[in-house]
Write a protein that binds this ligand. Structure first.
Ligand SMILES: Nc1ncnc2c1ncn2[C@@H]1O[C@H](COP(=O)(O)OP(=O)(O)OP(=O)(O)O)[C@@H](O)[C@H]1O
Length: 363
């Protein structure tokens, strides 16, 4: 049985239906843990953030900090032995899409309460929330043509015939600048280049015009020219379709280019979140500051006066089974206060509107 929490007709929905300040997804105190023989991995451990309609939110942090598990939790595709143990993922469904949208109302569905194998989440997955991955073959089948896969996605979510779906698929392939869409539609993934496969996956993900796209390192495996083309394409399509994007990357250059709002994660927790300019020009958390010191910037001088010298973040991400007491970042932090940061869980403070930081330095 599908177990949903539905709050019918949230009052502000119709009024601000077209507005960018309308909530689309609210992640509240989300905890996703993996239960292994060696211990419990708290991959996502009490995460809160909100995505508004049409907004691009960047999830950033070093490898292993929980970005992908966060994305998979939203789509309810966390593999065992992982599971969501607490929290809510409220998806504001309907405005401008589907039957409820036409009535000017919205439904708020807690995705955590859905059966991960049930029909409700399957209609949301691929229909209203889509995902693109670093490796296109994660979502493309090697034994079917890209056309048949895009057509199947369309027919699954929309009341159209196969012929109409094929027309739509060709149109989508045109939109993602696929060369010769009429012919490419009948090709198998292995007959395409890496960049073309990425375009095919984006076409499939966007074929049902989702209101939220989750992009997990979608360009990391591509050469820089193709990477730039794909990023530009995603930005153009986002504007055209008015969808929101959660962009997962450890590349702060991509963050600067693509996102409106940044959520910085460390060991399963959000350590700082703010709009993109604040993150780059006024970062507060020592971890965010360290991440920024580790990226190249034209004309920047290092402490030694040499231009362009990068500083790696000292130490490495701790073993996920042995999380440090107190602030999880304190063993690597230049500003850690002995007796405080190694003892107390840091508070999550709002230092200014829309800017939150998890650090005692701002208490
Ligand atoms: N299937 C799994 N089984 C056990 N542990 C897992 C599994 N998937 C992820 N984890 C653990 O959860 C934690 C978060 O992993 P996650 O893949 O979300 O990190 P990430 O920030 O996306 O890293 P990357 O940038 O390398 O993709 C890590 O400690 C990882 O080892």
């Amino acid at each position: 049985m599908v177990n949903t929490t539905v709050i019918q007709g949230a009052p502000q929905a119709a009024a601000s239906a077209a507005g960018k300040n309308q909530k689309l997804l609210e992640v509240r105190n989300l905890k996703t843990h993996f239960f292994l023989e060696q211990g419990i991995v708290r991959a996502v451990d009490g995460v809160d953030f909100t995505v508004f309609r049409g907004q691009t939110v960047g999830l950033v942090g070093e490898s292993g900090c929980g970005k992908s598990v966060m994305a998979r939790s939203i789509l309810r595709i966390v593999p065992p032995p992982g599971r969501i143990v607490d929290g809510e993922i409220l998806f504001h469904q309907g405005v401008g899409k589907g039957s409820t949208g036409q009535s000017g109302q919205e439904d708020v569905i807690d995705l955590v309460k859905l059966d991960p194998m049930g029909s409700k989440i399957r209609s949301i997955r691929g229909g209203e929330i889509s995902m693109v991955f670093q490796e296109p073959m994660t979502s493309l089948s090697p034994v079917h043509t890209i056309g048949s896969q895009i057509i199947e996605a369309i027919v699954l979510h929309q009341p159209v015939t196969k012929e109409e779906a094929r027309e739509q698929a060709i149109h989508m392939l045109e939109r993602v600048n696929m060369p010769h869409p009429n012919r490419t539609i009948d090709r198998y993934p292995h007959q395409l280049s890496g960049g073309m496969r990425q375009r095919a996956m984006i076409a499939m993900a966007l074929s049902c015009r989702p209101s939220l796209l989750i992009a997990d390192e979608p360009t990391t495996a591509l050469d820089v020219t193709t990477q730039a083309q794909i990023l530009t394409l995603m930005r153009d399509l986002q504007e055209e379709f008015g969808m929101a994007i959660i962009f997962i990357t450890h590349d702060l250059g991509v963050i600067a280019q693509m996102v409106d709002y940044v959520v910085v994660m460390y060991l399963g927790q959000v350590v700082e979140m703010a709009d993109v300019n604040t993150i780059f020009y006024d970062p507060k958390h020592p971890y965010t500051q360290a991440l920024l010191r580790s990226i190249p910037r034209l004309g920047r001088k290092s402490a030694q006066g040499q231009t362009g010298r990068l500083t790696a973040i000292r130490g490495s991400v701790p073993d996920p089974y042995a999380r440090p007491q107190g602030c999880p970042f304190h063993p690597r932090c230049r500003k850690a206060i002995r007796g405080v940061c190694d003892q107390q869980d840091p508070p999550f403070l709002e230092v200014e509107e829309g800017h939150k930081v998890r650090c005692v330095l701002y208490q």
